[in-house]
Design a protein around this ligand. Structure first.
Ligand code: GAR
Length: 196
């Protein structure tokens, strides 16, 4: 039986598309979950993948929302959960249900520029090299152990859009590669060191 992967998104879902289109994909994408009626859900629908929307506004507080999201995803019994452009932080109760099984793609070279404005922050800081990071999710904001990274050079004329587009192009390659390796080999974590 192929491994089962759930994907969480908030936006246009181009990272999701890179997973859907990965010719070497060794797992099934069993559900795409979103925190809003994200445009990217249409990509799941087009690929025949079930979708679910669990919106914070429909729940009294963050723990209740996070529990509802975990429950909705658990219904599909995933082996791995990929946060691919998901713009919210799940709580530790969510992570306890899927220990060391939640992976995020972040558009910067962590630990530099965590948070929701990573590309703008890197540009504003004036770095000459940024990139993307695939990491395990822990209870902090983009603080979990790093699995893989790829560098992207900042060009002198870059604006946020042009830089983010090149970072995403790196993510479209790196994320499918990493998820395939994780699914095939599993991982061990010693301190902050991840081995696949
Ligand atoms: C990606 O660059 C991803 O790393 C970023 O959102 C973009 C999603 O693009 N995620 C974060 O910033 C999470 N903090 P997409 O909607 O086209 O897949």
């Amino acid at each position: 039986m192929p491994a089962r992967v759930a994907v969480m998104i908030s936006g246009t879902g181009t990272l999701l598309q890179s997973l859907i289109d990965d010719p070497g994909r060794v797992y099934d994408i069993v559900v795409v979950a979103a925190d809003r009626p994200a445009a990217g859900l249409q990509r799941a629908v087009a690929a025949g993948i079930p979708t679910t929307v669990v919106a914070p506004a429909d729940h009294p507080d963050r723990p209740a929302w996070s529990a509802a999201l975990a429950h909705a995803i658990q219904t599909y019994t995933p082996d791995w959960i990929v946060s691919a452009g998901f713009m919210r932080i799940v709580d530790s109760a969510f992570l306890d249900r899927f220990p060391q099984r939640v992976v995020n793609s972040h558009p910067a070279l962590l630990p530099a520029f965590p948070g929701a404005h990573a590309v703008a922050d890197a540009l504003a800081y004036g770095v000459r090299v940024t990139g993307c990071t695939v990491h395990l999710v822990d209870a902090g904001v983009d603080t979990g152990p790093i699995i893989a990274q790829r560098a992207v050079v900042v060009e002198p004329d870059d604006d946020q859009e042009s830089l983010h587009e090149r970072i995403k192009a790196a993510e479209w390659e790196l994320l499918p590669q990493v998820i395939n390796r994780l699914v095939a080999h599993g991982l061990t974590v010693e301190g902050r060191k991840v081995r696949i």
